[in-house]
Structure formats: C-alpha cells, structure tokens
Design a protein around this ligand. Sequence first.
Ligand SMILES: [Zn+2]
Length: 286
Amino acid sequence: MKKLLLSIALLALSSQTLLAGQKNTADIKLYALNCGRIHVSDLNVFSDTDQYIGKEKTLNVGCYLIKHNDSWLLWDTGLSSDLAKKPEGITSGVFHMTLEKNIAQQIEPLGLKPKDITHVAISHGHFDHTSNVNEFTDANLIIQRAEYNMIKNKADEAEKIYMYKRDIGYFLKDENSKQLNIINGDKDIFGDGSVKAIYLPGHTPGHMALLVNLPKTGAVILSGDQWHFTENHKSNDVPTFNVDRADTLASSDKLNKIIKNRGAKLIIQHEINDNQNLPKIPKALE
Ligand SMILES: [Zn+2]
C-alpha cells in the first residue's frame, strides 16, 4: 500500500512538473545574427515626452536563430537582403540603414540553408524585423492574430514603417495554410516550456517578445521592440509611432515582471551593447 501511494505521489509530481513547463530536456541553443545597423539622426522619435531632443544614436538590428532539437526557429528577419548590395546604405527619414551580410550567408557556417529553417516567428510587422520573411517559404510562420490582420488589411503600398506586403506575400495567400501558425496571446511554441512567445501589444497591435529557456544560461528574453535601447528601458519612454500608449505601458509592466520572476537575461534587440557580447556564429549561447 505504501509503495502504491508513493508511486501515485511520484506520478502526480512528474505530471505537475510537465504541466509547469519547467522540465526542459530539449537540445536548445541560441545563435545571434547581425541583421543590420540603423543610425537614428533624431532619437526623439523614440519618446512621446521629448526625452531625447537633439540626440542621435546607432541601433543594432537583431535576428536570432534558435535550435530546438531538430527544429530551427528564426526570430525576426531584419532589414532587406538587398541592402547588403549597397555598402553605403540607404536613408529613409531619420533612419540610415546598412547591412553587411544577409541571413543565408550568416547561417552557412552552421551548414544551414534558408530551406532548413523550420519556423519563422516575427515580433511585429515593422520593416526592420520582417523584410525577408518570403525567403523562408519552407518554414511555418508564427505570428499574432492582431498583427496578421493588421498586415493583411493594409493597402499594398504599406505605411513607411510597416513591411511591404510583398515581403510576406507567400504567407498572406492562404489563411488556412498549414504553414501559418496564427496565435492569440502567450504561446508555448514547442509544448515543453523551452520557447515561449509573450504577447505585448502597444508598439503594434500584435507585438510580442520571445522567452528562450537555455540549459546553461537559463531564461533569456528577446525584447522585440518593447524597448529600443537601455536608457529607453530604464525611463520607460513610449516611441512617438507606437499604436497604443496605455497598452505599451501595460506590456512594459508585464515584461519587467516576467524578467524579474524568471531571473531572465534581457536582450534588447536594438541595443548594440546587449548584442555585441553574444557569442558569434558558429558559437551559440547555451
Ligand atoms: Zn525595430
């Protein structure tokens, strides 16, 4: 009888562990890609309370490749590959953009080609996060419902800061396609607690961040554009071009609490300092 009770207790404990999603036995690694640089000649566009009048700054454009067992998940696809053919870069408004190597060139040392990418997840639909989605037509696209609707309902001539429909056109053709994984809110992507999308509306309607639970480093947060640089995180400024101020502040509060409760390492995707110390491909954060 005692033995039976003990096995029931152990069974209950193991199912609890699985439910909590804490038990992570997946082979998981995070590779940092460099998907461009943006020099901002008027940093004040990142504050609707005039925090940065007269300031300028160079931002990183971060894309990340996550190995999960036999799957390869690309988080954000950065500035357009075409930009790598123009070393002088291009200017649009207050942004001057450059790109050294496209994604295909950067994943080559891992023995990977674009067709090997099994999942693409985009934090949101701005052009500096999504310009190359159509290069990964063998992948499943993971996107929030609110963001998908927003992109789909836009006119062909997209607003300046949003991606052009042609960059994601393959995935707009058939909303019932098995290659589309449209999600609503937070989502445990592989069902084992190791990679989780965190819904953070405000910057755009369906903006999200990604939590990656690495075996050695522990929890890592890829910020999306919840914050654009360290100072912007500390002062919690709201960019002038966000779609909803109140939602942005609520999302900041949510993400700050997750970072605290999980003891997570925060990588602000546009902050050069958060990215330059990450291992360079073929090395990974483990
Ligand atoms: Zn951005």
